[in-house]
Design a protein around this ligand. Sequence first.
Ligand SMILES: NC(=O)c1ccc[n+]([C@@H]2O[C@H](COP(=O)([O-])OP(=O)(O)OC[C@H]3O[C@@H](n4cnc5c(N)ncnc54)[C@H](O)[C@@H]3O)[C@@H](O)[C@H]2O)c1
Length: 293
Amino acid sequence: MSDSATSIDKVMVVGGGGQMGNGIAQVAAVAGLEVTLVDLDQGDLDRGIGRIERSLERLVRKEQLSDTEAKEARERITTSTDLEGTARDTDHAIESIVEDVDVKRDVFRRLDAVARPDVILASNTSQFAISAIAAATGRPDRVVGTHWFNPPPVMRLIEIVRGVETSDDTVEKMQALAQRYGKETIVCQKDTQGFLTSRLIMALIAESMRIVEEGIASPEDVNRACQLAFNHAMGPLQTVDLGGLDTYIKASEAMAHHYGDRFKPTQQVRALVNAGHYGYKTGRGFSDYGTAQ
Ligand SMILES: NC(=O)c1ccc[n+]([C@@H]2O[C@H](COP(=O)([O-])OP(=O)(O)OC[C@H]3O[C@@H](n4cnc5c(N)ncnc54)[C@H](O)[C@@H]3O)[C@@H](O)[C@H]2O)c1
């Protein structure tokens, strides 16, 4: 066990079986940390491990990692369904579960009850105000947002988000950890819904969805417009298909609650979600991808 959070050697990723959680775990393991994926059942964990193994293989094929580095990173990852048991012996926890503030608060309350007092608890929430999560704990100064981007092994930014009580020391430690991960950081200085990045991308996505719903252009042409005119690596509707339309609906409803109708989901995206079309993970969203990926 490490004696303080200045030495973060062992991290746990809650929701490690999920889309973002397994990517975050992979980055931490490649950076040399011991990582435990925690999820609700073994099936979720097996799915997460499968994704990590395939991703490490891809990095070896692309010669971005050696065989040995990939093997050692994989060996640093373990799995558990025991949240409390894992939290008792961790140096840092990052939560990346379903985008529901009450469920997140419950996880933070449970982590806070057993983790060492110095342990920083971070949330990968896309938009909830961090103080709403921190208030469920007795250590709001050591609760922070570390908002990753999809897919975590590829995207270079981690947005660090302050809650009302987050200490400077906590922000500095998360900046140092991000550096170990090989990531860049920005800091959202105020406790706010949607931070910088989600307000920006969700405004673009909402306007793109309205353009499509009004019949002005196809989803593919909206994506091409942003790629070719603005040099975006991926169009906004492809970005939201990748992130998951089910997750998007939850996030946009919460944003609309705070900022008004400009973030409200369109009827068309609601209809896609009602029909079970969530984007890449089901094979169809605004575009058709053939099979689930
Ligand atoms: N998908 C994106 O592009 C993206 C980008 C940035 C941030 N985020 C945020 O990351 C978080 C996760 O998103 P995702 O897309 O990876 O979701 P996901 O649905 O793919 O994964 C969530 C995982 O959490 C697990 N889980 C749910 N409740 C749990 C609990 N109480 N304890 C342990 N595990 C639990 C689920 O079984 C699942 O494996 C959300 O807060 C989301 O807003 C998502």
